[in-house]
Design a protein around this ligand. Structure first.
Ligand code: BGP
Length: 470
């Protein structure tokens, strides 16, 4: 290990439209499912992304801070309802102009835009006719993506179709704490399927334009590990891997669902009559150029013991006792490694997972380019008496993950970039604003003032020290 990545490695941070933009109803924007949910009585905490951190009006300041922090890329998402506000399909020019300006600002500051087309914020009108569960979702998504590809062409060098389709589906259709707040396993499976098909249909539109840009999907591979090596544990591991990862990454990279997936689903009583031959044909021909990987932790599993299928996410509040994890009836359930530290939201901290994940991708999928599109540490933090945010805990987290990433790169994994989650502190879905991830602190009490944390300067120095030719 030489401790450095190649000179053209992308170093940056990531954000998402609903979590940072604000301006929820400005300049012709339509209503998304998150606008609708946050303004309803299902939103128990009452916090919304109406203003968020006001990236919509302050993007120039934020992009300047990124440049000063030594970054050469920014991952952000486009809000679908800023571009196509409602069911009529009419394009909102003000929405296009906003993102053109953001991209222009990125370019002027030497920042490569890496742009996600949907990061959870589905149009409300589409949600109200069944959302991801309605098969029309994949066609509507492809239509919207086509508008983006035609308007932005190669000005966006890296397109991401969908952010974390499975995490979104599990929270929305299993835990039921993301809109539309459903708990139904049959619908969940159909949603996951529709998201896989939507990715392929969007890529199909992209390929028609023969652009130079690349297209990928963002998944969160939780490398699935077991604490005992028995045949039963190994079966649970494979099933955990199917459920967590392979039903997204196999179709996206190999163009087909894993052979053992459908038989297992049928055995579990799932009705697969929604699967269509023509969809499977689309999958075959529309695979990704690169894989975005959000990497927070691994999944430790054991054979199924008891309980109904459910997901216990890490977004139900600091200090809660439930360890993040799954029960999938008859397949597997989460195991707990008592030796590893957990964060305040009971998520396991396990830095080697980034290395295991990259090695696993190399083993399963060869040299497909991989970008770590999110990695970060949540803290409930406050400035000290001098107004500084000394987030040594976050620095320790990032340093340990990055050392494992560099080791994997040096050992031949085709990892080409890293994005810390998140650019600034921002809205953390169900958690609201107390759960902070940013390298830049947002003072919510003081006009959303930006204050770079200690990790911001640390990251700048780390990039310099660990990139060839810097
Ligand atoms: C990922 C999402 C991000 C972000 C992050 C932290 O799953 O892509 O949008 O929110 O996780 O999660 P949370 O805010 O729930 O702690």
């Amino acid at each position: 290990m030489n401790g450095k990545v190649k000179h053209d490695f992308l170093w940056g941070t990531a954000s998402a439209a609903y979590q940072c933009e604000g301006a929820w109803n400005e300049d012709g924007k339509g209503i998304s499912t998150w606008d609708q949910f946050c303004h309803s009585d299902k939103n128990i905490k009452g916090l919304t992304g109406d203003v968020a951190v006001d990236f919509y009006h302050r993007y120039k300041e934020d992009i300047r801070l990124l440049k000063e922090g030594g970054h050469n890329t920014l991952r952000f998402s486009i809000s679908w309802t800023r571009i196509i506000p409602d069911q009529s399909g009419k394009i909102n020019q003000a929405g296009i102009d906003f993102y053109k300006n953001v991209i222009k600002e990125c370019k002027a500051n030497g920042i490569v835009p890496n742009v996600t087309l949907i990061h959870y914020d589905l149009p409300a009108w589409l949600e109200n006719i069944g959302g991801y569960a309605n098969p029309v979702f994949s066609d509507e998504f492809a239509k919207y993506c086509k508008v983006i590809f035609e308007n932005f062409r190669d000005d966006i060098p890296m397109y991401v179709t969908i952010n974390e389709s499975t995490h979104n589906a599990y929270c929305s259709y299993l835990t039921g704490n993301y809109p539309p707040n459903v708990h139904d396993v049959q619908t969940l499976v159909q949603v996951c399927y529709n998201l896989v098909i939507a990715n392929a249909k969007a890529i199909c539109e992209f390929r028609k334009l023969n652009l130079k840009s690349k297209i990928g999907i963002v998944h969160t591979t939780n490398t699935v590990q077991i604490l005992k090596d028995t045949p039963e544990y190994r079966i649970a591991q494979r099933r955990g891997d199917l459920f967590k990862n392979k039903w997204v990454t196999d179709p996206a990279i190999l163009g087909k669902f894993p052979d053992d997936l459908f038989p297992l689903l049928i055995e579990s009583g799932i009705d697969l009559s929604f699967v269509k031959e023509e969809d499977l044909e689309i999958l075959k021909h529309n695979t990704i150029d690169f894989l975005g990987q959000n990497c927070y932790t691994r999944a430790v599993v054991k054979p199924y013991e008891s309980g109904e299928t459910n997901y216990y996410p890490n977004n139900v509040g600091a200090g809660q006792k439930t360890i993040e994890g799954y029960v999938v009836k008859g397949w597997f359930q989460t195991d707990v490694d008592p030796t590893t530290p957990k964060n305040a939201w009971s998520r396991e901290i396990y830095p080697k997972t980034i290395y295991d994940m990259l090695m696993g991708i190399k083993k399963d999928y060869g040299d497909i380019p991989v970008y770590i599109t999110e990695n970060g540490h949540a803290m409930a933090e406050k400035p000290n008496e001098n107004g500084e945010i000394i987030d040594d805990e976050r620095i320790e987290f990032m340093k340990s993950y990055l050392e494992w990433l560099i080791k994997a790169e040096n050992e031949g994994c085709n990892v080409k970039g890293y994005y810390a989650w998140s650019t600034t502190d921002c809205y953390s879905w169900i958690n609201g604003y107390e759960k902070r991830y940013g390298l830049i602190y947002i003072d919510y009490e003081n006009d959303l003032k930006r204050i770079p944390k200690k990790s911001y300067s640390w990251y700048r120095d780390f990039i310099k020290e660990h990139t060839e030719g810097k």
